[in-house]
Write a protein that binds this ligand. Structure first.
Ligand code: FES
Ligand code: FE2
Length: 440
């Protein structure tokens, strides 16, 4: 019987040579080669050296809350299923029948006692164990000599941080808490806005595809520099009408000048492991305490203390390399499909225990900017496709990611703090990319 736990998958088409030369770093220099966004062989190498070796975010524990619950997703190009078994454990299994390869679970999520292959009916337990081969003893079936596999390929490492589940094909990867490092702050601050420390998903995600490379969205979430330019239609409308034209929720942008001023406050972070953050200063506490959610803020102060609450309630967005980000009141997950095709899932969440009107107000402002008919997400997706189009030509080889590089403060532990519109959070994933891609 073949073992159920697999080893790191091999991407046979991936080039074997070191690719570190595609990021050119030096004093006051940081450039990325166009091929890193466009070349199919490099994309295959990314699946091999990044997605098959690091931690990849697969979902929330609450998405598989009960025994038998499952969710399907992807790690790079590999379809996977996250399941919960009767003993409460979470498993991540490759969603591929070991017989002749069909995907087992086709729905985004569900609940089952067992997984049955739709092609010839082989049966698996929710932990991936092969429990039955259909018509095994029929004439022309399998003899005692048949070396039946133990079951589905089960990922050797699955760990959670505060209910966020990560999985890895690499048995030797560092524990998730260590791999996240300061990226934990992103999850902590967003969850600590809930009096109970929990978030709740109320709906399926909003899913969009764009015709561009997966690293564009990774770079974009913490990009304070682009906002006033890419979203200038939104800025102009906001400047003209403010929030006076309807129920736009709690994300009041103010005038164009106020929005610009806000963009240039706070810090950026380049965190070892390829993670990145953009932090804005703490909120105006006196104003919040006097506002409609004063009791909620008083409750948070009582629970966390004033100083910690001010940090928590200040704005933060961030990315966890390679495939997840948090911004506003949403979790964003992306998956590479091809060098020029990426799928994005946006999961708005509610803060458990926060006032209903607060959660509703946050959802309204999500819709206004990120929803299918919102102002912002469509701007960004359009830019990603334009980026890819621009990179199709080969006359110019390098992209420049040097903004703010000479004002970055690099700590001895590799944690780097930048000024608010620095490209430090854009350099962060590329530093990790270079490290991982340099390995043959
Ligand atoms: S491919 Fe799954 S049972 Fe044949
Ligand atoms: Fe944007």
């Amino acid at each position: 019987m073949t073992s159920i736990a697999g080893t790191i998958p091999i991407v046979r088409s991936a080039p074997q040579e070191s690719l570190e030369h595609l990021v050119d770093q030096g004093p006051n220099r940081f450039r990325v080669h166009t091929r890193a966004y466009t070349d199919r062989a490099i994309f295959d190498a990314e699946m091999d050296r990044i997605f098959n070796r690091t931690w990849v975010f697969v979902g929330l524990e609450s998405e598989v809350a009960s025994p038998g619950d499952y969710k399907t997703t992807f790690i790079g190009l590999q379809p996977v299923i996250m399941t919960r078994t009767d003993d409460g454990r979470i498993h991540v299994l490759v969603n591929r029948c070991v017989h002749r390869g069909s995907v087992l679970a086709r729905e985004a999520r569900g609940n089952a006692c067992e997984l049955q292959c739709p092609y010839h009916g082989w049966l698996y337990g929710m932990d991936g164990t092969l429990t039955a081969v259909s018509e095994r003893r029929d004439p022309g079936g399998y003899s005692d000599a048949f070396d039946a596999p133990a079951g589905l390929f089960r990922l050797p490492r699955v760990e959670s941080y505060r209910g966020f589940v990560f999985a890895s094909f690499n048995a030797g990867v560092a524990p998730i808490s260590e791999a996240l490092g300061r990226a934990r702050v992103l999850i902590d601050r967003r969850l600590d806005m809930s009096p109970t420390g929990h978030i709740v998903l109320r709906s399926k995600p909003y899913i969009a595809r764009y015709q561009g490379n997966w690293k564009f969205i990774l770079e974009n979430i913490n990009d304070a520099y682009h906002f006033m330019h890419t979203h200038k239609g939104f800025v102009a409308l906001q400047a003209r009408y403010g929030d006076s034209t309807g129920d736009f929720g709690l994300h009041k942008g103010g005038s164009g000048t106020a929005m610009r001023a806000q963009r240039f406050r706070g810090n950026t972070w380049d965190i070892p492991g390829g993670h990145a953050q953009l932090e804005r200063p703490a909120l105006d506490l006196a104003q919040e305490l006097a506002g409609p959610f004063g009791d909620y803020y008083r409750q948070l102060i009582a629970l966390r203390g004033e100083e910690a609450m001010l940090d928590t309630a200040g704005k933060i967005s961030g990315t966890i390399f390679p495939n997840m980000g948090m911004i506003h009141q949403q979790i964003r997950v992306w998956r590479p499909i091809a060098p020029d095709l990426t799928e994005v899932e946006i999961y708005p969440y509610e803060l458990e225990g926060a006032p209903e009107a607060f959660n509703a107000g946050m959802l309204r402002s999500q819709e206004r900017f990120y929803g299918p008919s919102g102002y912002g997400m469509s701007d960004d997706i359009d830019i990603f496709a334009r980026n890819q189009q621009g990179l199709a030509g080969s006359a110019v080889e390098w992209l420049i990611l040097e903004r703010g590089i000479d004002s970055d403060e690099m700590g001895p532990d590799g944690l780097c703090r930048g000024l608010p519109s620095s490209e430090a959070p854009q350099r962060a994933p590329w530093r990790e990319w270079q490290k991982l891609m340099s390995r043959a």
